[in-house]
Write a protein that binds this ligand. Structure first.
Ligand code: UDX
Length: 475
């Protein structure tokens, strides 16, 4: 029988089945494998199917290339409880209910079988939003490692829901507009800058129930939490989190070759934008994307489209077909024809390749955390239009704390005239130069963190060493 080894630990890695969680999870898995871990990576059948569909030549095992490069990563799939063809984007709540109530039974069965065939498995690495890791890790006596893919500030705010409730900032009955200045590690934050789930009036949605169960019934008790953030960007929050449990800032987690994937993670086919961008002057193009998950209204998109047209600024717009939650066309009638010399509209692209193209000068973003990190890495200042969840808080970090972006508007009242003016400000205005200087500095902070002896590298090494000690203790 294979013994549990701490020298080359074997971990099962189960990401949350959404694009923005999958990408950093695969990158963390390969980073750990480069450090000597054996990883068994588990995608849901639905995610596996979407990746396969997006590829010109579908691959049954997305880690084949990584294995050829010498990494010990095995791959398998698990059901999330729904049929593969079910539209999870249009039926969000039903999908989330399944992740809350049904997926654990499938994961339990899978983990049991994996361990039966390979008793050397010693760790479980899961996205912090999963609701079952504590139960599974206790049942199979595995080291429980939680992966938090968002800024540390977000987890810190969630961890203090009790304080927020006590002070009237998280409760529909007695909502309070005062500045929040009582959370350990957070100097101050306005209620409008907290996550959409804290601002919500209905706090009994399936997302709230997942947050409660996953964070309080799991992540808070995990043996380790690793986070895709950078110590120097969130020093006070990290100090505070570290007092409650072992917490490691190891970001940004990027591939060795920034624009090239060793492992396919895209859920949709990527349209190549490079030849279109090659013909544009340096820093002249605005890139527009609202990420992989959130929806918005036709009205919002129409105001942004008209603002873009009026600004005359060249643009690439990655516009997901499901962005408006219906089968309706998202853009105003005739818009694509009107802008055919000004803009390129694609359903999905290789965002890292687009952002790192020299012609890109600004990014209209929903402030998903991956997009923020990628934009910093490419030194592209942002214009922020958050839609959901952590994106409001990420905007505060980008605009107020780090000064590397501007707001598109207050709230969701987008007006085309304001859009035109803000786009011009971002691309060429006075503030634009200041932001370009700041984002260069922020990029340097990221580079230093990843360099030999830098904070993220040190934290990662320490994390790996401590996991090995824990495995030995659990033998
Ligand atoms: C949500 C949350 O808001 C985010 O903070 C969390 O960490 C993940 O889930 P999401 O909408 O997925 O965000 O956005 P983001 O975090 O920016 O991730 C999107 C990823 O998709 C990025 O890595 C981006 O490079 C990639 N992408 C996006 C593409 O490759 N092509 C596109 O056309 C658009």
């Amino acid at each position: 029988m294979a013994a549990r080894r701490s020298e080359n630990p074997h971990a099962i890695f189960i990401p949350f089945p959404l694009q923005g969680h999958l990408i950093p999870s695969v990158l963390l898995a390969t980073k750990l494998a480069s450090k000597g871990f054996t990883i068994t990576f588990v995608n849901t059948e639905s995610i596996h199917h979407s990746i396969a569909k997006s590829l010109a030549t579908p691959d049954d095992d997305i880690f084949t290339k990584a294995r050829k490069a010498g990494l010990d990563i095995r791959y398998t799939t698990v059901s999330d409880g729904l049929p593969v063809g079910f539209d999870r984007s249009l039926n969000h709540d039903q999908f989330m209910e399944c992740l809350l109530h049904v997926s654990s039974a499938h994961v339990d069965e899978l983990v049991g079988n994996l361990i039966k065939h390979d008793p050397s498995i010693s760790c479980l690495i899961t996205d912090s939003f999963h609701v079952w890791p504590l139960m599974i890790s206790e049942k199979y006596k595995l080291v429980n490692i939680s992966f938090w893919t968002e800024p540390a500030l977000i987890l810190n705010l969630y961890y203090h829901l009790d304080l927020l409730k006590k002070n009237g900032h998280y409760d529909p009955l007695d909502k309070c507009d005062d500045i929040i200045d009582y959370i350990p590690g957070v100097k101050s934050i306005k209620p409008k800058d907290t996550m959409s789930y804290i601002q919500a009036t209905d706090t009994d949605t399936v997302s709230h129930r997942i947050i409660h169960k996953a964070l309080f019934g799991g992540t808070k008790s995990a043996d380790f939490v690793v986070c895709n953030t950078i110590q120097e960007l969130e020093p006070h929050t990290l100090l505070s989190l570290n007092q409650t449990q072992p917490f490691y800032a190891i970001g940004p987690i990027f591939p060795n070759e920034f624009t090239q994937e060793l492992v396919s993670t895209s859920l949709w086919s990527q349209q190549d934008c490079s030849s279109w961008l090659d013909n544009k002057p340096i820093k002249s193009v605005l890139y527009v994307s609202f990420g992989s998950y959130a929806h918005t209204t036709k009205h919002v998109l129409s105001e942004i489209a008209c603002g873009l047209l009026e600004s005359g600024i060249s643009f690439v717009w990655a516009l997901r077909p499901d962005i408006v939650s219906s089968n309706d066309t998202a853009l105003p009638l005739g818009f694509e024809e009107q802008v055919k010399d000004q803009g390129l509209i694609v359903p999905w692209c290789n965002q890292k390749a687009v952002l790192s193209h020299p012609s890109i000068g600004g990014f209209l973003t929903h402030c998903g955390w991956n997009s923020v990190l990628e934009s910093i890495w490419c030194e592209v200042p942002m214009i922020c239009f958050p839609l959901l969840t952590d994106q409001f808080t990420n905007r505060k970090l980008v605009v107020d704390d780090w000064k590397i972006g501007i707001n598109l508007c207050e709230g969701d009242l987008v007006k085309r005239e304001e859009v035109t003016n803000k786009f011009k400000d971002l691309m060429n205005g006075e503030k634009s130069q200041e932001m370009r200087i700041e984002i260069k500095k922020t990029k340097r902070t990221l580079e230093n963190a990843l360099a030999k002896g830098g904070s993220s590298q040190r934290n990662f090494d320490q994390f790996v060493d401590e996991v090995k000690v824990k495995i030995d203790q659990m033998k």
